[in-house]
Design a protein around this ligand. Structure first.
Ligand code: B12
Length: 136
């Protein structure tokens, strides 16, 4: 092999190794944005991560444990798993028909509304998780 070819091969190997270690280091960074469509209270933003292919609730727990001021509670639903009940002390309420809606702003800017909850959603790198207090 000629020197430039060797250099290119070495570079490709290095990139592959760093890619593998990024995946197995198990840190998928995500943002968390807390919004309120009912009272228009100020937004709060946080950063955390989920482990490789980890579920959202793991990242929310990590954020809570890091004492960033973020806190949440959930109720275990027998069929669908964890139902997000409160964020930062504000509870969803059946009588008032309020709940914490889960949305995600993808890195391309598109906002989706996952058809699963915090126990099933697997964030992608640089997802912005939107927890929005809303009415139904
Ligand atoms: C009504 C309803 C809601 C209402 C429930 C409030 C209420 N008091 O009625 C509201 C609007 C709050 C709601 C919210 C959400 N929902 Co919903 N909901 C339904 C729906 C249409 C009917 C449920 C029902 O009343 N069943 C009859 C009663 C008698 O049975 P039940 O077991 O007591 O029902 C309770 C659970 O279903 C629970 N619940 C409702 N949605 C969800 C979602 C999750 C993740 C969990 C853990 C529990 C849960 O609330 C019901 C009332 O207490 C179902 C679809 C369907 N046709 O079944 C979707 C459904 C259950 N919801 C779904 C989803 C994805 C959500 C959201 C995550 C959407 C979002 N992206 O924000 C959020 C939950 C976010 C959170 N806070 O964790 C999915 C769950 C799929 C899954 N495998 O996780 C379903 C199946 C619809 C779908 N897209 O396929 N939902």
């Amino acid at each position: 092999m000629k020197t430039p070819t060797l250099l290119l091969a070495a570079l490709l190997l290095l990139l592959q190794i760093s890619g593998i270690s990024a995946a197995s280091s198990g840190q998928t960074p995500i943002g968390v944005l807390v919004t309120n469509s009912v009272t228009n209270a100020p937004n709060n933003t946080y950063s955390t991560y989920v482990t490789y292919r980890g579920i959202l609730i793991g990242g929310l727990r990590r954020l809570q444990n890091a004492n960033t001021g973020f806190k949440f509670t959930y109720i275990e639903d027998p069929n669908y798993g964890p139902y997000l009940q409160s964020v930062n002390g504000l509870d969803g309420c059946t009588q008032e028909r309020t709940y914490w809606e889960l949305k995600v702003r993808k890195p391309n800017g598109k906002v989706i509304r996952p058809n699963v909850g915090i126990g099933c959603y697997i964030p992608s790198a640089n997802d912005q998780i939107i927890l929005n207090y809303n009415k139904y």
